[in-house]
Write a protein that binds this ligand. Structure first.
Ligand code: PEP
Ligand code: MG
Length: 597
């Protein structure tokens, strides 16, 4: 009997294969001793486990390097070094030889000792190494206890659909993507950062499935459809036929839409639009280009450091930013400074545990408090500005003082480059992400100190509605079409127009057909979407008239509920665009949600 589970469509694509549960945690180790004649055997087992772990980490390192680049592959270096560290190895072996503990128990005790010692030092850099220590503990203990390494998604020897309670950006980077067909999780939402990353890596995803991690059984077959947010466990032959057919229909549709990549983003009545791409990793810039992006509207640089145990050097950052700038010799490349905190944590920076991380030490607050981190980034971006129209965008700005402090640091770094005779663009633009109600309400003041605005509707919605963007239970309440959000969009667009600065939108809303229709109707003529959505949204834009969008937007701004906003938009857009193909992926509040593509 097949079981159908519905969650949230998080990343497009269909996956058919076995489901594999991953549970990343330290296993229980039984308190066991061995007979004297077995001691040397335990010593050998310990060395074997180390050799195995090294080979495994090296393989992960290699595939991460290939897919994501050398900087991202550095995440595994500390674990490699620890595997040869005498304090760890000799300490554990002493417990085997002197106390006759099993290799697993000896290693477990040694790890607990090291963890206690390291915690006592309380030095941030040391504390952050605890993550590596724990990763190693999980891997090695699983090996010594004869249990499969939970992150080893290749253990069935075939590609699988990864099932988990939830993931994190750093765990996503640790998965061997050669074996991942798709991801299905109990928790998470479309705007959780690990989901954004998975989308960039083109892994089909369905999130917010409630209890899939408890439901799946060993070797269970599943079908995952990331376009409509559905997972079918134990599919029957009929299900397979339907989904294979859907898969080929989607591929045919995608091939057709490829042609659109080469067309101009212009509305049916001739209004040109600027359409840029959001990227999370430097390697995506090429994809963005081939999908018709006119530039990069948002480069989420924090993915260069999330899960990393050391800060990338100025040179490494410069190379990453420069390569993107060179990919777009004529288009703008907007580099967002580190948006750390919330749900994104690097290991080299000790982020305190907070009750409300999204209301906590995040983004510009972190950067201003850790100037050495920020200055290196500013300097690297400035250097890259010599190679194109590179712009700097600051996240989570709430008031003028923050932007003034950023300007001061930027000028000091520019001065340093001047002194050193290093080239940079002296007119590098500095803008902000408008993503809090405070910034939207302060737009007039902020516009005097900024060269551009980009509206981050993901956070703007979260903070306006007090709805945690990662909370699956609240996902239905996370509505960027809420009148309170729509009116802020309207207000910010008006302010930007009046002060003559560019305003764009780079939140998920820009990739939603109703969202794009509304935003263009509000005279926001620059949009930035994840590169896989570029052609699809351009296809929509080319079918409607800007005049109709303006009319609908006017009605939307006056509407009194989110439903009403969506209805006026859908009614008007539905006259020129077949919206049925988007149902399931986007909540469009259509009168009937027909079976989508
Ligand atoms: C946003 O908040 O809308 C945004 C674009 O930034 P992020 O999703 O990375 O927070
Ligand atoms: Mg944001």
């Amino acid at each position: 009997m097949s079981t159908v589970l519905d969650g949230f469509a998080a990343a497009d694509g269909i996956a058919i294969g076995k489901a594999l549960l991953i549970e990343w945690g330290v296993p229980e180790v039984p308190h066991e001793m061995v007979a004297p004649e077995e001691v040397e055997h335990e010593v050998e087992r310990f060395h074997e486990a180390r050799t195995w772990a090294k080979a495994r980490i090296a393989r992960l390192q290699e595939s991460t390097k290939e897919r994501l680049g050398p900087m991202e592959a550095r995440i595994f270096e500390p674990q490699m070094l620890m595997l040869d560290d005498p304090t760890l190895v000799d300490g554990a072996l002493r417990y085997v030889r002197e106390n006759r503990f099993t290799a697993a128990k000896a290693f477990d005790i040694r790890m607990l000792e090291l963890q206690a010692q390291w915690t006592r030092t309380a030095h941030p850099m040391v504390l952050d190494r605890l993550n590596d220590l724990e990763d190693l503990q999980i891997r090695l203990l699983h090996r010594l206890l004869g249990i499969a390494d939970p992150s080893d998604v290749g253990r069935l020897g075939e590609e699988v659909i990864v099932v988990a309670k939830n993931l994190s950006p750093s765990l996503v980077t640790q998965l061997d993507l050669d074996f991942v067909l798709g991801i299905a999780t109990d928790f998470g939402t479309r705007t959780s950062h690990w989901v954004i990353l998975a989308r960039s890596l083109q892994i089909p995803c369905v999130v917010g499935l409630g209890d899939i991690s408890r439901r799946i059984e060993l070797d269970q077959e599943a079908i995952l459809d990331g376009r409509i947010g559905r997972v079918i466990l134990n599919p029957d032959e009929q299900d397979r036929v339907v989904f294979r057919e859907r898969d080929s229909q989607i591929q045919a549709w995608e091939e057709k839409i490829e042609v659109i990549a080469k067309m101009d983003p212009v509305t049916a009545d001739g209004q040109p639009i600027t359409l840029r791409a959001n990227i999370d990793l430097p390697g995506e810039a090429q994809h963005a280009l081939s999908h018709g992006a006119q530039g990069i509207g948002l480069f989420r640089t924090e993915f260069l450091v999330v899960g990393q145990t050391s800060l990338p050097s100025e040179e490494e950052q410069y190379e990453a930013y420069r390569s993107i700038a060179e990919t777009f010799p004529t288009g703008a490349v907007i580099i967002r400074t580190y948006d750390l905190g919330g749900d994104k944590f690097p290991m080299f920076l000790h982020m305190p545990r907070e009750e409300n991380p999204f209301l906590g030490w995040r983004a510009i607050r972190v950067c201003l408090d850790v100037p050495e981190l920020f200055r290196t980034q500013l300097r690297a971006i400035l250097r890259a500005s010599a190679h194109g129209d590179v712009r700097i965008m600051v996240p989570l700005v709430n008031d003028v003082e923050e932007i003034l402090q950023v300007r001061e640091l930027l000028e000091e770094e520019a001065e340093g480059l001047r002194r050193d005779g290093i080239e940079y663009n002296h007119g590098t633009k500095l803008g902000i992400l408008v993503e809090t109600p405070a910034a939207a309400l302060e737009a007039v003041e902020l516009s005097r100190h900024c060269d551009f605005f980009s509206i981050g509707t993901n956070d703007l919605t979260q903070y306006t509605l007090a709805v945690d963007r990662t909370n699956t239970r609240l996902a239905k309440l996370f509505n960027p079409f809420h009148p309170a959000v729509v009116r802020q969009l309207h207000q910010v667009a008006r302010v930007a127009r009046a002060s003559g600065i560019e305003v764009s939108v780079c939140g998920e809303m820009a990739a939603n057909p109703l969202g794009a229709f509304l935003l263009l109707g509000l005279d926001i003529t620059a949009l930035s979407v994840a590169w896989p959505s570029l052609t699809e949204i351009k296809n929509v834009i080319r079918q409607f008239r800007i005049e109709d969008a303006r009319k609908a937007a006017k009605a939307a701004v006056a509407a009194s509920t989110g439903k009403e906003v969506m209805k006026v938009l859908a009614d008007e857009l539905g006259k020129s665009v077949d919206l049925s193909v988007f149902a399931g992926r986007w909540n469009l509040s259509l009168p009937e949600e027909p079976q989508p593509l």
